[in-house]
Write a protein that binds this ligand. Structure first.
Ligand SMILES: [Fe+2]
Length: 261
């Protein structure tokens, strides 16, 4: 599997606190079958408007990441570790011209909205990024409690060319029942382009569990696209493939009734 959303760089955000925690997190990723990871420290979009401050922040993060990458290479050469960022859209006009603000230097940028709410100007900010040739991937859309009930905003973002990354743990209910409902709904509609962990270097990684859950619901094809193929395409700068809507079997009682027909 490939995972492009995590917080593993030690001491730069609310993810891994130190090198020990980061090493344990890498072991967890590898243990669940991740062969490539892009780790994505939080980055304020507003900071990108201050070139000096931005450079200082990115230099520090990059130096820490290089140390971690070397540790990973020494311990487990089977794990490729790339650097990205999760950009908080706390400004209408973030400047993502430094490749380190994007995912492994590609044109794809992982973005999130402040205060865990979709702002009224979300489309405007996403358009601003698209117009400059960067493709925003909205991280964990299912976690926004004010996402439209029929997911109308998510539909509009997709129409614009924005991509959606659902958190693997949301499928298992790790972010509450409402987020879980929205996550499965996105999969049933075929609107999720990627699954990723958003791992903060603590507890169990949700990737293998989400994959197994998808398999148990007949979603082998979707799991392969969401956890491997589309992320591999991201790394080579290609858009994700369409993920077929996940067919959910009818409830057990309906199946039992049908058997008696
Ligand atoms: Fe994150």
């Amino acid at each position: 599997m490939i995972d492009f959303h995590s917080h593993l760089v030690p001491g730069v955000d609310d993810g891994a606190a130190d090198v020990e925690q980061a090493r344990a997190a890498l072991a967890e990723l590898r243990g669940q079958g991740v062969h490539t990871a892009i780790t994505t420290p939080h980055l304020s979009g507003a900071l990108t408007k201050h070139p000096g401050k931005l450079r200082a922040r990115l230099d520090r993060v990059e130096a820490q990441w290089k140390e971690l990458r070397d540790i990973a290479a020494g311990h487990d050469p089977g794990l490729r570790l790339e650097l990205g960022a999760e950009v908080m859209l706390d400004t209408d006009t973030p400047d993502l011209s430094d490749p380190r603000t994007r995912l492994a230097g590609t044109a794809f940028a992982l973005v999130e909205f402040p205060r865990m709410l979709v702002p009224v100007n979300a489309e405007q900010t996403l358009s601003y990024l698209l117009e400059r040739g960067w493709t925003p991937i909205v991280a964990h859309p299912e976690r926004y409690p004010n996402l439209h009930e029929e997911l109308r905003d998510a539909a509009e973002w997709r129409r614009m060319g924005v991509r959606l990354q659902v958190n693997a743990g949301a499928l298992m209910g790790r972010f509450g029942r409402e987020a879980q409902g929205r996550a499965w709904r996105l999969l049933r509609l075929g609107w999720a382009d990627y699954l990723a962990s958003d791992y903060h270097a603590r507890g169990r990684l949700a990737l293998a569990g989400a994959r197994d859950l998808l398999h148990s619901r007949g979603g082998e094809e979707q799991a392969a696209l969401l956890l491997e193929t589309n992320a591999a395409r991201l790394l080579t700068g290609e858009p994700p493939l369409e993920v077929p809507p996940l067919e959910v079997p009818p409830p057990l009682w309906k199946r039992i009734l049908r058997r008696g027909e």
